[in-house]
Design a protein around this ligand. Structure first.
Ligand code: DLL
Length: 450
């Protein structure tokens, strides 16, 4: 467990990039030793305090004392999202509810939400890691931090909130919604940092432009964006329209919330905080480990969580890992952009497609706005994708058909699938105030095997 005092070790050197220099630049061999010691504790915590985990470990023939090297991680059973749902609400907690300090929940794909719990120490660790994350993204003590992540059961709002306070920032708890007011607050309070989903950051940019406010002339310098997949093209668009450096930040409620991994100023992969999490990438079909640099499903084991220790949690997120040294000096590995999830992958006439790939095409095209909806239907035995896009303001309606043709052509040549494209007038695609709903899946549910 990271002690509160770690924050006291904050680097006051002129570079000032590291909030926890000791941890962030720890030599990798030393990091591995720390991980092994913490892994043992985490497995012990899960084994001793969570009956379901104890049963799983027994079935796998592993006891906490068997963890002698980091390679022994491979012997541990995986945990999946449905485990949380099956033990709803508190069955996976390693502490009695009365011993917790907070509960969060994320919307389950079906039925019950996924509930996660934190002890007071867990909240301290989270605030420390989120403070480190913000600092890594480029935030500095004294910065006004406009937090447009939703407050509530979603971990984004409160996660960024307490991290910003701990980092020494001046937090503006704006939450999502009332976009026009958000623009005014950003301008009036002189926010230097904006925290939001990338799609909501674009909605803010659009609202500002419509009301004649030039956010490029505001004090904004750093965007801390995450919680949904986005592309390099979308990053460039956001940077140009908001006049800031857009930083990618990854996390998930099941292992903590935001603050698991974040880019540094190099914008070349997100440093995963390895003193608190173990990262693996596996082949989602064979469950075997993938080599460094190979794309696969990210699996995370928590090393310091008390209330909800997670052993080999299958995130369903597709990424690649790099342990190559980073120019920033941090030694923690990097997760390359999360390309999508192994469960939102579409198969269109044999081609595997992530919505983010189509987005990358759309955001790069000149006459359309970066708002879109993919409608997936089953036609016979094949999946078919229709794409609804929006013309930019001022583009005449007579051009819509030609644009649609152009967009379909680009998607075909860059992603490899044929799509029906409809161009809509500006403002017609619903805007998100949180995570964007980009895909409407109208396919019949899969039939169970007879
Ligand atoms: O989205 C936590 C978070 C809040 C992260 C704010 C970053 C900023 P959940 O609601 O549990 O938690 O959703 C987690 O969102 O498994 C990914 O599929 C997706 N996701 C999160 N960050 C990114 C990202 C929060 N930077 C799920 N890029 C994860 C791509 C992301 N996908």
């Amino acid at each position: 467990m990271m002690a509160k005092s770690e924050v006291g070790m904050a680097d006051s050197s002129p570079a000032g990039d590291f909030l926890h220099p000791l941890q962030e630049t720890m030599p990798r061999e030393q990091l591995a030793e720390l991980q092994l010691a913490r892994l043992r504790e985490s497995v012990r915590n899960a084994h001793d305090n969570v009956p379901m985990q104890r049963a799983r470990l027994r079935a796998a023939g592993v006891s906490p004392d068997d963890i002698r090297t980091l390679a022994d991680l491979q012997r541990l059973p995986f945990t999946v999202k449905t485990d949380l749902r099956d033990h709803y609400p508190f069955g996976m907690f390693a502490r009695p509810v009365a011993g917790l300090a907070r509960l969060h929940a994320s919307s389950g794909t079906t039925g019950k939400p996924t509930v996660v719990g934190y002890t007071r120490d867990d909240l301290e660790t989270w605030a420390d890691l989120m403070a480190r994350t913000l600092r890594c993204a480029g935030a500095r003590p004294g910065d006004v931090i406009h937090n447009a992540f939703g407050y509530g059961l979603f971990t984004g709002g409160l996660g960024a909130h307490y991290g910003a306070e701990r980092m020494g920032g001046v937090i503006v708890p704006a939450s999502g919604g009332s976009t026009e007011r958000q623009v005014a607050l950003i301008m009036d309070f002189g926010a230097r940092v904006l925290c939001a989903t990338p799609s909501y950051a674009l909605a803010i940019a659009e609202m500002a432009e419509q009301s004649g406010v030039d956010l490029r002339k505001s004090a904004l310098r750093v965007g801390m964006f995450g919680a949904e997949p986005w592309s390099e093209a979308m990053r460039r668009e956001i940077e140009a329209r908001l006049g800031l450096q857009a930083i990618d930040n990854y996390g998930l409620s099941e292992v903590m919330g935001p603050g698991v991994a974040v880019e540094c100023a190099q914008q070349d992969g997100m440093h995963g905080w390895e003193d608190h999490f173990l990262f693996e990438v596996i082949d989602p079909d064979t469950l075997q480990p993938m080599g460094e640099g190979e794309a696969g499903e990210l699996v995370i084991t928590t090393l310091t969580k008390q209330a909800l220790p997670m052993l080999r949690y299958r995130t369903r997120d597709i990424t690649r890992i790099s342990t190559a040294p980073c120019a920033c000096g941090r030694t923690h590995l990097r997760l390359l952009r999360v390309a999508g999830r192994s469960d939102d992958m579409l198969i269109v006439r044999g081609v595997n497609v992530y919505p983010s790939q189509i987005e990358a095409v759309l955001v790069g095209l000149p006459r359309i706005a970066p708002h879109y909806l993919l409608v997936v239907e089953r036609r016979g035995s094949l999946d078919h994708v229709s794409v609804e896009v929006e013309a930019r303001a001022g583009v005449p309606a007579e051009q819509f058909q030609a644009i649609a043709h152009d967009v379909a052509h680009h998607i075909k040549s860059l992603v490899g699938i044929s799509t029906d494209v409809t161009v809509k007038p500006p403002g017609e695609i619903p805007r998100s105030q949180g995570k964007a709903v980009r895909v409407r899946d109208l396919r019949p549910p899969p039939r169970l095997a007879q």
